[in-house]
Structures are given as C-alpha cells and as structure tokens.
Design a protein around this ligand. Structure first.
Ligand code: G1P
Length: 289
C-alpha cells in the first residue's frame, strides 16, 4: 500500500514568533534561503507524495501562492538569463504533485485540523507532517516511515528522545514491555505530560503514518490538553484497537516552533550550504574568540 496523501496542518497563527508572523505565515519563515514549508514538502515528495493537503486559514494564502506557478516571474528571469534562479522557482513542486488547500474554520486543535482533511484523504492510510519540525537526513524521516509501513501496514509515528524537563512540549509515548530496536509497538501516548507524569522521554516529533480509522476516532474525540481536540488522544484510542508503532528515526531534528530550534536550524543548514559554509565557519571562529 502506497502513501500518497500528506496532510500538513498550517492553520495555526504562529503567536510564538510575533512580531515576525504578524503578516506572514510562520511556515514561510526561512531557514537560510527556503521557507520551512518547502523543506517539509520536499521531504513529502521524496517519500512519494502525490497530494499535499494544506489545512489552512484565510490569513495564510501566501502558502498556497508559494506552490502556485508565477508566469510573470518566470518570464522576467528568463528574459534576464537567470537560469539558475528560474530552475529554483520551477522546481518548488514537481508537476505530478498536486497541492490542495482545505480550510480549518476554527482553531480547535491539531486533531480537528487533521479531521478537516478527511474528505480529501478518504479511506486510505495517509501521512501527517508538522511543518514546525525540520529533520535533516537522507533518506528523509518520512521516506523511512513509508518504507516500514510498506512492509507491516500499521500506523507508525516518528519519535525521538528528549530531556525529561522538555516532555511538557510534546506528545510522549509509552511502549509495550520488551520491545527492542528502532521500531517498537506502542502501549499509549499522552499529550504534554509533566516531567513527573511522563511515561518515558520518547517524544512525538511531527511525522505520522496513520490508518484511516483515526479519522473515525477523531470525530468522537473530545477536547483534551489546552482545551483542544488532540491528534494524540485519537492515537491513544487507536492503540487500543490496532497495533501502532513508534519509530526512532535516523536524522537530526530542529523544533522550529521554538526560537532556539529555529536559530539552530539556520546555523546548521547554513553550515551545510557550500555557498556560505566556509565564510560562516570563519565568522563563528571570530565570534568565539
Ligand atoms: C504538536 C503535537 C505533539 C507533538 C508536537 C511536535 O504539538 O500535539 O504531540 O509532540 O506537535 O512538535 P504543538 O507543537 O503543536 O503544541
């Protein structure tokens, strides 16, 4: 079974990054020279996405525009002979991938946002990616999850270890006893527990492959942590009905929903960029003195 539909919830107002996000969507903030959303879409396309479903809000049209064709701009670049830039603009999204926008009419939580994509997702397993989190690896995190899904067919959630004092920022999973290796069967998941309540320090990182059953469960899920309809709560119910796996992916993650992670992503992606890495290293050495 192939995973072709990728749900990207992007309706949030990005209040953690005000004033930067007053007039532009937080997913359009750039890490070096690309907006966050483009990294996420590239990871989805690498994994086999054919439909990118943006669950969006009226104030965030720039996201749809970013993936739309812009003939005027292409013409200007062509006339000026700026071939490299033209390629960059044209390759934002491959021809065979469709970007679909659905609206989340009210900010009722991540679970509700995913449910808004149900009419497009239909009765097939699908992926959810949270654009706040960048993951650097080849193959990407989503491609790793897809490969596992193709062999075992159950829901899989990307996880990583965090410090115990950080658990209250994330969904935290618990595992069945005696599970070993990178792919482990889950026994539960809780949204943003306190360090004392957390069943482990394995955090949900924002990459999911889910069976369509989760849509049914979301319809019945009541508001939970923060007064919002949580995807985590629907997954906790799913675990009681089907096997659900946690997968410790390969790669480095950057939580760009928080200032520190965003700055770190910019620094590390810049250090990997051959155009500027040498000069940046010199600047860092100068600052460190
Ligand atoms: C969301 C999810 C949480 C997950 C996190 C990853 O929380 O609800 O389970 O661990 O993303 O970034 P948010 O960051 O939207 O508060």
């Amino acid at each position: 079974m192939k995973i072709t539909k990728y749900v990207l919830p992007v309706a949030g107002l990005g209040t953690r990054f005000l004033p930067a996000t007053k007039a532009i969507p937080k997913e359009m903030l750039t890490v070096v020279d690309k907006p966050l959303i483009q990294y996420i879409v590239e990871e989805a396309v690498e994994a086999g996405a054919e439909q990118i479903i943006l669950v969006t809000h009226a104030s965030k049209r720039a996201l749809e525009d970013h993936f739309d064709k812009m003939p005027e701009l292409e013409r200007v670049l062509e006339e000026k002979g700026k071939q490299q830039l033209l390629e960059k603009v044209r390759s934002i999204i491959p021809e065979h991938v469709e970007v679909i926008a659905v609206r989340q009419p009210e900010p009722l939580g991540l679970g509700h946002a995913v449910l808004c994509a149900a009419p497009v997702v239909g009765d097939a397993p699908f992926a959810v990616m949270l654009p706040d989190v960048l993951i650097h690896n080849s193959p990407g995190c989503m491609a790793q999850l897809v490969e596992l899904f193709e062999t075992q067919g159950s829901s899989i959630i990307g996880v990583e270890n965090v410090a115990r004092e950080e658990v209250n920022k994330y969904g935290i999973v618990s595992l069945q006893p005696d599970e070993q290796g990178a792919l482990q069967r889950m026994s539960g998941v809780v949204e943003k527990p306190t360090p004392e309540q957390a069943p482990s320090t394995l955090s949900v990182v924002g990459r999911y492959i889910l069976t369509p059953k989760v849509m049914e469960l979301l319809r019945e899920t009541e508001s939970g942590a923060g007064g919002e309809i949580q995807l985590t709560d629907a997954i906790a119910t799913l675990i009681t009905q089907e096997p659900v796996y946690a997968y410790t992916f390969k790669g480095s993650s950057y939580d760009c929903g928080h200032k520190m992670g965003f700055v770190q992503a910019n620094l590390e992606y810049a250090l990997r960029d051959p155009e500027i890495s040498a000069e940046l290293e010199q600047q860092i050495q100068r600052l460190a003195k």
